[in-house]
Write a protein that binds this ligand. Sequence first.
Ligand SMILES: NC(=O)c1ccc[n+]([C@@H]2O[C@H](COP(=O)([O-])OP(=O)(O)OC[C@H]3O[C@@H](n4cnc5c(N)ncnc54)[C@H](O)[C@@H]3O)[C@@H](O)[C@H]2O)c1
Length: 451
Amino acid sequence: MPTERNPEFFAGKNIRIGIIGCGYVGLPLALRFADTGHRVTGFDTDPKKVENLNAGRSYIQHIPAEKIAEHVKGGRLDATTDFTQIRNMDAVLICVPTPLDERREPDLSYVEQTALSISPNLQRTQLIVLESTTYPGTTEELVLPILERSGLKCPITRGPESENVATDFFLAFSPEREDPGNKQFGLAQIPKVVGGTNPPSRRAAAALYAQVVSRVVPVSSTRAAEMVKLLENIFRCVNIALVNELKLLGQRMDIDMWEVIDSAATKPFGFMPFYPGPGLGGHCIPVDPYYLSWKAREFDFATRFIELAGEINTSMPYHVVDSVAAALNEQKKSLKGSKILLLGVAYKKDVDDLRESPSLKLLELLTARGAKLDYNDPYFPALHKMRHYDFSSMRSVELTPASLGSYDCVLIATDHTAYDYDMIVSSSKIVIDTRNATRKVTKQREKIVMC
Ligand SMILES: NC(=O)c1ccc[n+]([C@@H]2O[C@H](COP(=O)([O-])OP(=O)(O)OC[C@H]3O[C@@H](n4cnc5c(N)ncnc54)[C@H](O)[C@@H]3O)[C@@H](O)[C@H]2O)c1
């Protein structure tokens, strides 16, 4: 590895790229760099993932195994659990998890562990980029000091006067904006925001990403880049809470909020539609805002929008349970002892991702109230043990007119496209619809309870 190298080096071809964390974010990124001819090594602590990658197998539903196999065969992709190989990389991109701990506070242990793995292997002029979603300050306050234990330095500087400041290695933050499974916007089409610890670091990261995305958006610091990602997700979280609250009001006023939202969305400017649902799901929107509210406390600042949105979104599964109880009551049945079929356990339609899914909360709450629950989900033939839930004995039941008719109530929690909603409504006794999934059903609408 050369001892002197300028940021423009990273605009070149045949850069050796290490991706740390080969999950939903890291694997597509690895494949994108391999697509453009770079040599990529995936680093992961999970030996099964490493074994699968080296054997050309996929473990993520929307990523085809052939694509992995093609790059492995062509010598553009391999994977390892041996972190000493980091020293052979030109650039290292960090895509490890950033969850919340039991107290709903940021758990940066994966990022910290990764920085500790890089530090003894860090080389002069290497580029290190953190991609994991986190609060502003993580790159400079947590990652940088650990990397500098190597003896190499990367000064924090801003402004034109430090455009060519001397730096031993390059350090940047670039948030991952991937929406797994989104067919309209893949990695290549989504602009990449890049902030550096110093201007050469920003230029190095921008030069690298310019090869794989349509547009790079440089910002003045790693802190700004970290905040960009949080703003995007807090924007979603707050707007979802807003429509959830208005939906509850709409129910009292006998106004269909889905009709209202779709009509408002015809305004060609100044409005963006968000839709109500049974609660927040996924690994980002229910988690990321709390990274900022936690950090804000250090500055004696209360992030009230985040707290209020959290309160409203968290209450939604409880509202669904009350609606199910009320609908059964209309049938002279109690929730206790009733047989309920929940449709869709994935956190959103057409994905094989359960993380933070409100369906899991619904299963828990309804079971606790004495209902007898089954579920169907084409993406989950069985449920496995998770951090907060254990539904490992549950198996997806077959969806037939006879099976639907055997339940006191059918609850649509996730609006998978594969479902035949006409059949679901015509065969069920009552249907609680949390997603407006039955909007096109014209017959027997009296059985549907919008929730
Ligand atoms: N999934 C998304 O849609 C998405 C979108 C944008 C941003 N993000 C953010 O990207 C980051 C990664 O998310 P993800 O969904 O890819 O997570 P993931 O759980 O799918 O993958 C993370 C991978 O990191 C590995 N890992 C954990 N600790 C490690 C370590 N010390 N060294 C090496 N590997 C390690 C795990 O084994 C796993 O394979 C998170 O910060 C997340 O918030 C995710």
